[in-house]
Design a protein around this ligand. Structure first.
Ligand SMILES: Cc1cc2nc3c(=O)[nH]c(=O)nc-3n(C[C@H](O)[C@H](O)[C@H](O)COP(=O)(O)OP(=O)(O)OC[C@H]3O[C@@H](n4cnc5c(N)ncnc54)[C@H](O)[C@@H]3O)c2cc1C
Length: 286
């Protein structure tokens, strides 16, 4: 891969290419070649919601299975190349749109979901927002101290820090905003260590962090160093639909893709189903 002639003039450093160390997410399991599966709790989708719920339940001793439509992309394969990473880490290879193709939809599809590709800005829900959700969606527990404690716990688990050093372009925005007296300030982010590294403020978060600095789901919830109990994680498995009878879910219909691209259909039965497939795909699964 070459370097653009104008890059040095622009001050563009080019994507880093040095190798990096890998982790193996705890519980990442190869799908058996035949038969249906069973578990106590089936978590559909491994993003911000699914990852936290799965690791929390597994730590409490529950038998948890996570199925993820996308693939696990190890750090060493996250090469910061826009075309390749968008194809591998985003839904529909980054080409997802509304039916009329008027609006592009950018959603993570890999082990970690949106957390692997997002910008790591980590805001607590504000009081007016919690009041609105509690009132309009009949969720009074959002206003309890216990819920506030849950947010604290997640912030700790994800290592949310109040401020990180900015790269030049963001620092210029901040300085410019301060100069004109606009409202501005640092945003909390869930990262650990990027300010100390040679690729400090590299700006490639949206193609997956290759150094493990961003505390995405694979790093914060399924890191091999964390004892997350009995969790089985299957990537490349899509839930097509939940089959219901008399208001109860009987089983989930799934399609698994093997490493050689073969598809096989199977049923997954569970006592409990957590549908955490993101804002776009959750309704389609239910
Ligand atoms: C480029 C980008 C930048 C962002 N930056 C920020 C930011 O800085 N701060 C912030 O707070 N938010 C940010 N977000 C949004 C944030 O990442 C999402 O709000 C969050 O990840 C949503 O969590 P979730 O668990 O609902 O879904 P997701 O994290 O999207 O996870 C859903 C998972 O379910 C999987 N899935 C879908 N359908 C199925 C199926 N049928 N079977 C099995 N698996 C399925 C998907 O592949 C995906 O991995 C950003 C998002 C993007 C795309």
């Amino acid at each position: 891969m070459g370097r653009g002639a104008g890059w040095p003039t622009l001050g563009y450093p080019s994507p880093p290419i040095e190798s990096t160390s890998n982790i193996t997410p705890r519980g990442l399991t190869t799908m058996p070649s035949e038969g249906d599966l069973e578990c106590e709790t089936l978590i559909i989708g491994s993003g911000a919601g699914g990852g936290v719920v799965a690791s929390t339940l597994a730590e409490k001793g529950m038998d948890v299975m996570v199925v993820e439509r996308g693939a696990y992309i190890p750090r060493s394969e996250r090469n910061n190349r826009e075309f390749e990473m968008v194809s591998r880490m985003y839904a529909d290879r980054g080409m997802l749109t509304t039916n009329d193709q008027a609006i592009s939809l950018f959603a993570g599809q890999n082990l970690g979901g949106g957390t692997s590709v997002n910008w790591s800005v980590s805001l607590r829900p504000t009081e007016p927002l919690l009041n609105e959700w509690a009132r309009e969606h009949d969720l009074p527990h959002l206003l309890t101290p216990e819920f506030s404690q849950c947010i604290d716990d997640v912030c700790e688990q994800l290592n949310v820090v109040p401020e990180v050093p900015h790269n030049r372009q963001n620092q210029m925005l901040l300085t410019g905003s301060e100069c004109i007296g606009g409202p501005s300030g640092p945003l909390p982010q869930n990262v650990r260590g990027c300010e100390k590294h040679g690729y400090s403020q590299c700006g490639y978060c949206l193609f997956g962090c290759r150094n493990g600095f961003k505390r995405d789901v694979t790093e914060a919830c399924f890191n091999e160093k964390r004892d997350t109990g009995d969790v089985r994680i299957h990537d490349n498995v899509e839930i097509k639909r939940l089959v219901h009878r008399n208001g109860n879910v009987l089983y989930a219909e799934a399609v698994a893709r093997s490493s050689n691209g073969e598809l096989r259909s199977l049923k997954i039965r569970a006592k409990r189903y957590v549908v955490s497939a993101g804002g776009i795909f959750t309704p389609a699964c239910c």
